[in-house]
Design a protein around this ligand. Structure first.
Ligand code: ACO
Length: 403
């Protein structure tokens, strides 16, 4: 067998794979993804079954600890998470420093990192398993509170306190829309839809943000710091930020009169930077199974909420149909991804578009945690890619007056 490490040391041999299109960075037992067949499983369980039957906290437990919990394990886990939903009062002071125009993702990543200041033991790489576990629980518990606060901050409302008599999704909706109204009642249709969306986003193997979390964590950085970095990676419009871009694109098409063919033509034009947002995926060369579930859920949720005529859903379906039969999209195997229909549901649930990527982050959190934990437990080495240097070979310094 070839000893790659020896070969590299002797020859300077380096594999170049821009965008890591064909480079596996790790072995992982968390999520199975077959992009050709359009299959996604968490710890072996098909995403379709989990989305239909499970709860977000149960899926979080599954991803993080490796197996489905028994009822008592799930109760204990939920109780622990519920106990930690409050965030330190001093975090309010940090919030008061953010202008209301700050994008919620910027606040989410800043505050997540700032948690290290409140729990300084979390930056110790030699924490016991119990201490790591407490950090995990705190992060899962506080993220919805922080996420809701990013919204409250954007509209200038008082920051909400959690209601621990509600479950994870219902409490988040209360903190977004109920607080401080005493009589607010969570619509179960909305809570169910949110639960499903969060499950669908919970993990997706080595995507950009997850790879970021693992890479940052590989230097023994804290879980809070690693997840904060992942939130920033997710924010980009080619990754999680696409869900906000999709709805803005659909609204732009509607404002423009609804002619989808014009936008399909723009997306195909190589001189035009416009891309059909919510279309295409690095790994899926077939239908994204999550998009299939979300499309069906969008129909159901709109119907249950009594939205009988959604122009945005109509435009999305027209775009999808046109793209699926267009040679450009067929040749490049471009299908709707998870972001294509999710925004339509979020919008119907009353969530403003600037919060869409925050919702994605809330969903992806258990995946980031599970991947960070797996990396640490497997004692993976620090991530440190190589390069091929293409710059100047060597030259002498020239004094500034002689340049
Ligand atoms: N609209 C138009 N053309 C597209 C699109 C699109 N949405 N996506 C890819 N293409 C074209 C590219 O122009 C390229 O064409 P070429 O071969 O003629 O040069 C070809 O398809 C391959 O695209 P790449 O960008 O090389 O594929 P890559 O795997 O690097 O990118 C990505 C994947 C980033 C998701 C891309 O499809 C894209 O930009 N989509 C729109 C943004 C989006 O929806 N992102 C969310 C992804 S899912 C997630 O992160 C949760």
């Amino acid at each position: 067998a070839i000893d790659i490490a020896k070969l590299r040391d002797q020859t300077g041999y380096v594999t170049i794979d821009p965008g890591y299109k064909n480079t596996g960075a790790t072995k992982s037992a968390i999520t199975f993804l077959d992009g050709e067949e359009g299959i996604l499983r968490y710890r072996g369980y098909p995403i379709e079954q989990l989305a239909e039957q499970s709860s977000f906290l149960e899926v979080a437990y599954l991803l993080i600890y490796g197996s489905l919990p028994t009822q008592s394990e799930l109760d204990a886990f939920s109780n622990r998470v519920t106990k930690h939903t409050l965030v330190h009062e001093d975090i309010r002071k940090i919030f008061s420093g953010f202008p209301s125009s700050t994008h919620p993702m910027a606040i989410l990543s800043s505050i997540t990192c700032a948690l290290t200041g409140f729990y300084p033991e979390s930056i110790n790489p030699n924490q016991t398993a119990e201490q790591v576990d407490l950090t995990i629980v705190r992060l899962l518990a506080k993220m919805p509170t922080i996420a809701a606060w990013t919204y409250k901050n954007s509209i200038g409302h008082p920051l909400s306190y959690p209601r621990n008599d509600l479950d994870y999704c219902a409490n988040f909706l209360y903190m977004m829309f109920g607080y401080p109204t005493e009589k607010y009642e969570v619509n179960p249709v909305v809570a169910r839809a949110l639960n499903k969306l969060l499950i669908l986003h919970a993990d997706h193997e080595q995507n950009c943000s997850t790879s970021t979390v693992r890479l940052v964590g590989s230097s023994n950085a804290s879980l809070y710091g690693s997840v904060s970095a992942g939130i920033n990676a997710l924010w980009g419009p080619l990754h999680g930020g696409a869900n906000q871009e999709v709805i803005e694109m659909l609204e732009a098409i509607e404002r423009d009169g609804g002619d989808t063919s014009k936008f399909i033509a723009k997306a195909k034009d190589k001189e035009d930077p416009f891309r059909l947002m919510g279309f295409g995926h690095r790994v899926y060369k077939n239908f994204d199974p999550r998009a299939k579930i979300i499309k069906k859920a969008a129909d159901e949720v709109l119907q249950e909420l009594g939205v009988t005529n959604s122009p945005l859903l109509k435009i999305a379906k027209e775009l999808e149909e046109a793209a699926l039969t267009d040679q450009y999209f067929v040749d490049r195997k471009l299908y709707p991804n998870v972001d294509f229909y999710s925004g339509i549901i979020y919008k119907a649930l009353g969530i403003p578009s600037e919060m869409f990527t925050v919702l994605f982050a809330l969903g992806r959190l258990p995946g980031w945690i599970a991947q960070w934990k797996e990396m640490r437990e497997n004692k993976e080495p620090i991530g440190r890619p190589r390069q091929i240097y293409v710059g100047e070979r060597e030259r002498d310094y020239v004094a500034i007056e002689q340049r």
